[in-house]
Design a protein around this ligand. Structure first.
Ligand code: URA
Length: 215
């Protein structure tokens, strides 16, 4: 039996390229187009880190010079689960790195008064229990959306779940810890706090609005 994890581990991806791109995104003068491009690029870096420990097996191949035994990915197949809409910003970059991955779309919006997550769409592959699910949401603010998404994915059978975000607030990390301590988290930064509207401070504003120019 697998030992039960007591605490979720949080990885901060401190690579200078990620940090540089994140700073460009935070800047209020970053255009919608650049914001989307940078989100896509950071999605690739995050994917690289989230999948760093996945198992490989050796496959016999022949190079133009000689036969050899070379590593290929093994183990569970992947599902990327973007939380709509901002999670979509990571998706294309991640699919470029892992084109065979499946996608589970999780539609949630935040009730602006209660900040609670309200689900309006869920469509996932039927074999979630056999897959590694990587939940994507750039902003881990209160954690309500992330928790609701993981709740639903677990109800559908997923048991091996990771979470990738761009920014995390201490409140969101604490709430995830309380509800889903088995879910390891990757983020580019942990910011200071949430403001009274549930936005991350200093943050970058509303990730969905900045990606799609809707404000
Ligand atoms: N969602 C966002 O897009 N931005 C925040 O700061 C918090 C939640």
């Amino acid at each position: 039996m697998k030992p039960k994890k007591e605490q979720n581990i949080v990885h901060v991806v401190s690579h200078p390229l990620v940090q540089h791109k994140l700073t460009l995104m935070r800047d209020i003068h970053c255009s919608t187009q650049n914001f989307r491009t940078l989100m896509n690029e950071i999605g690739m870096f995050l994917c690289y880190e989230v999948t760093r420990d996945l198992p490989v097996r050796h496959s016999d191949i022949v190079t133009p010079i000689t036969p050899m035994s070379a590593p290929v990915m093994a183990g569970k197949k992947l599902v990327f689960a973007p939380i709509l809409r901002a999670g979509l910003g990571f998706l294309e970059g991640m699919l470029q790195l892992v084109p065979s991955a499946r996608v589970a779309h999780v539609g949630l919006y935040r009730n602006p008064e209660t900040l609670e997550a309200v689900e309006y769409y869920f469509k996932a592959p039927s074999d979630l229990r056999d897959r590694l699910v990587i939940v994507l949401d750039p902003m881990l603010a209160t954690g309500h959306s992330a928790i609701a998404a993981v709740d639903h994915l677990k109800k559908q059978g997923a048991s091996d779940i990771r979470f990738a975000c761009l920014l995390a607030a201490p409140e969101g990390l604490a709430n995830m810890q309380a509800c889903h301590p088995d879910v390891t988290i990757w983020t580019a930064a942990i910011d200071e706090k949430l403001n009274e509207h549930g936005y991350i401070v200093p943050g970058l504003g509303d990730a969905g609005d900045r990606m799609y120019g809707t404000k």
